[in-house]
Write a protein that binds this ligand. Sequence first.
Ligand code: MG
Length: 378
Amino acid sequence: MSDFASYAVTDTNSRGRRFPETAPQGRSEFQRDRDRIIHSGAFRRLEYKTQVFVNHEGDLFRTRLTHSIEVAQIARSIARRLHLNEDLTEAISLAHDLGHTPFGHAGQDALNSCMQPYGGFEHNLQSVRVVDVLEERYATFDGLNLCFETREGILKHCSLNNARQMGELGERFIKNLRPSLEGQIANLADEIAYNNHDVDDGLRSGIITLEQLSTVPLVAEHLQQVRSAYPELLERRVVHETVRRMINTLVTDLIRQSAANIAAQNLVTLDDVRNAPALIAFSDELNIKQRELKKFLYTHLYRHYRVMRMSAKAQRIIRELFDVFMKDSRLLPTRFQTPQTREEQGRARAVADYIAGMTDRYAIREHKRIFAVEEDAI
Ligand code: MG
């Protein structure tokens, strides 16, 4: 424990839980948070939620679950090297996508557009809602009753308008303060994970090729290294050797640059972290390279017609489910029919919670159960 930097989040300087509980035995507060997240229903559902490729397109593609595990792995490596709280970065990483809708970003965009008259839908806020309200597991409180620093890390961004309704969690957006370094790490570990695994999944799907990727500097330099060291290597090994080198370069750069930023600030306490600018960062050089890779993925993968077709289908499913439940809340499962669902605003939020909690295949099945007329659909 004493291995922590003085500005790391610890059990001692934590702002604690919303509902006071006795201290855990044999594990830290943040290990307890991580354990609660892993045992939640929302966490298990991540297995069947799309990252980029819809779950049934192939067994080897990343899902939200394997994505979250990769984020946690990367975040822990960085936190350990910087003497920060690994368990906290792990908890944040594993929980960061709990509020994601089915069908990835297409699902989020569709639900957000349905929810425009009712305050919108944002997966980041929804992740907080899952851990604060929606999980129904404990006898004496709703949600998972996680520590402040875990919840703060999950809420990566937030509009000023929403921040005003978020109580203590919204404060930092209003006062322009930073989250813990552990939270900053989880945020950038997310970026490292998806940029790299999307290269890997994109290649596996055949939508992008190594040839195309060799125009992207971050990929090209590592690809060249691998090809010249192992000229006879099989393609799939070339891909993995390249991606692992890219991850390593990004992680190493992030650690080096962040350590320099931290040293330049003379940080002593956790409060110093909150008042400093964002200190966990890539070097300018790697920032530019990452941006180029992102641009490539956006144009050639996320906007590819095969991905767009799936997105269009997903958006239609979500829009139709939303509309049908809004028109007649008696079609909602009993658990979602509450006094609030009798009026429009409350009904919209309940419908959004219900849809956001669905896995890809559950949403497809639910859509079929409601709209299909074949006998086997009911
Ligand atoms: Mg993510």
